[in-house]
Design a protein around this ligand. Sequence first.
Ligand code: C2E
Ligand code: MG
Ligand code: MG
Length: 736
Amino acid sequence: MPKKNPKAAGPQRATAAQIPGRQIKTASKRSRERASAESREIVRKRAEVEAAIAEARKSHERLREAIDILPQGIVFLDAEGRYILWNRKYAEIYNRSSDLFEPGAKLEDTIRVGVARGDYPEALGHEDEWIARRLQKLYQPGEQHEQTLADGRVILIDERLTADGGVIGLRVDITELKQREASFRLLFDSNPVPMIVCALDGERILGVNDAAIRHYGYSRDEFETLTVRSLQAFDPELPWGDDRSSDEQTARTWTHVRADGALIDMAVYSRQLVYGDQPAMLLALMDITERNRAEARLAFMAQHDGLTGLPNRNLLRQQIDDILLHTRRGPEKVALLVLGIDNFKAVNDALGHGVGDKLLRAVAKRLRSTLREEDTLARLNSDEFAIVQTGVVRPEDTVLLARRLLDAIGEPYLLDGNSVVIGASIGIAMSPGDGDESDKLLKNADMALSRAKSDFRGTFSFFESEMDARAQIRRKIETDLREAIRNDVLRPYYQPLVDLATGRITGFEALVRWPHPERGMISPAEFIPVAEETGLINAVGGLMLRRACMDAAQWPGDIRVAVNLSPLQFRVGNLLSQVTDALKHSGLPAKRLELEITETLLLEKSSQVLATLHALRALGVRISMDDFGTGYSSLSYLRSFPFDKIKIDQSFVRDLAANPDAQAIVRSIISLGKGLGVIITAEGVETEVELNCLRNDGCNEGQGFLFSRARPNAEIVSLLSAGRGAAPMEGAALVA
Ligand code: C2E
Ligand code: MG
Ligand code: MG
């Protein structure tokens, strides 16, 4: 550190000229008077001059004080390069002692002394040449230049000629600035974050760091021919907009083009700075392409179905509400169609989930290509899609669309070499009539879909407000049924099965009865579907099995009991143990238990269902096919499992007398049964005519009101004990 020299710290005074005095002598009084007047004049003048000198000194003093407080060093030289005046800072910068800083001393001499003392490391080794260049700069000024001193300080020198051929020189200590610049360079060049310095207008790239070169793939030279605007993929606006004066490091996202043509999302932090000597922008760039992609993926996933890429229920709800908002005042309606694939589970079970997934994708594609671009398509859950149709003028517009959709879905699909044919059902709700917000429309369209599925599978159904009432009744049944199960009020009633040849009772079918406190006896046709929908069927089925086996164990002889099973009981997986437990508890021999299943169970044709059926049969239990003839491919199911009994559905029996077709069907079922060695039972026998027909055709068994309705166990017990198990009943008497 340079030591301050207090002596050199003060400015030096230039000397003022002295005015010499004179002696005046007078000869005469006049001349004395004249002389005294003259001397008065002289005194006055002298006073004037002295005042002027004092004033000049004061001004000089003021100037000196003024330049002393300047933060820069300042020096005045005359035309010969001699010191006239300098300030405290100037002396401080050069750490000069007063011997060199005499007024009238030549700058050139102080430079030479300085060089000799080693004050200027830049001069080392070529001192004369350096001095010559320095002096040249002194008298041809204009450009600033820097000077490094022995202690490392850097001084900026700015020298100008004055009007009288002298020089005013400014000295600024820029050591700190230089250090800052150096550390900035280091920080810039070796920063792992890509950085660019560009002109304030963004047109010219003034500098880039290594990270930017690596990241963008342009060489340093190529960069210099580019502009910030030309890096941008879409918008020639500058990242910092009009906000160039702001010193805040706000990030803006920009899409840039890399040398290989790839588009990258960059977060740009900009900050104004002086680069060299021009105002510029420093841009720190962060690649957020991956982050943006991940965010976009997440946002997409939250609103779309992963399998088909279609909007999911969440997004659909938003879309519906948007559409409703925009169409609210218009005369046109909006239709929401919910499409459910019929028996999708069967495809999944039969061909595997891989094929199931492909089927869903194919369905999505077909639906999309059947729709107009402005129609919305979404996937609601595994086998349900939703379509929003706008601009509906008449309901027929929606009918046409529903038909088109069903036709498209119904065409065969070729999936992994399998030709798959599926059907679908559609439920339709219209806004504003059926709801003016998404949730209500979805709920109502769903209700219409359930109706379409249960009533007419393979077609469509419009929502009707009566469905809503029905849904409410169903909900009431559900709560009441839970209560009934909890209070154990469900009971089996028993309807006899009669051997048509002998008129003897061979067994009874257990039919569930629900005595409802308000509604009286509720038909199973009403509550079994609700039990199936809500999963309560397992409880109902379980208690029927236990009760029927307990009751039948008390019956005499080998009278059998038949229990109905719902397909849903096969899905839970504990059916087999339910059956074995019921048999064990009651002590009923397995051969006296019959289980009735319907075709819908075999529609699923899953290996698990067949395995359970075989296991049940292996116990000695008999398996009957109930309601035969009502499904589409009853015959083919007979091949998939060796049934013990076929029960002809009552709809054929009902028509026997009047309809020759029904007669033909019943006859062929009977002969089929004979061929297969299976017992044939006719359900719903109500009249003697029917009975005679059946008996003539060789039908084995009958069941129906003609013989008896279903009755409580107490009546069955007394009935059986009276006839010891073989007594024919009212109608059965006719058989004998
Ligand atoms: P299903 O198994 O076909 O039972 C025969 C149905 O026909 C019974 O109706 C019976 O009362 C009725 N029926 C019998 N003879 C005649 C007749 O001569 N004329 C007429 N019109 N009908 C006759 P129910 O008891 O109302 O049962 C209806 C259906 O509910 C049953 O049809 C069966 O599928 C189901 N179900 C009944 N109990 C149970 C049960 O415990 N579990 C399961 N899963 N389903 C049951
Ligand atoms: Mg039955
Ligand atoms: Mg039946």
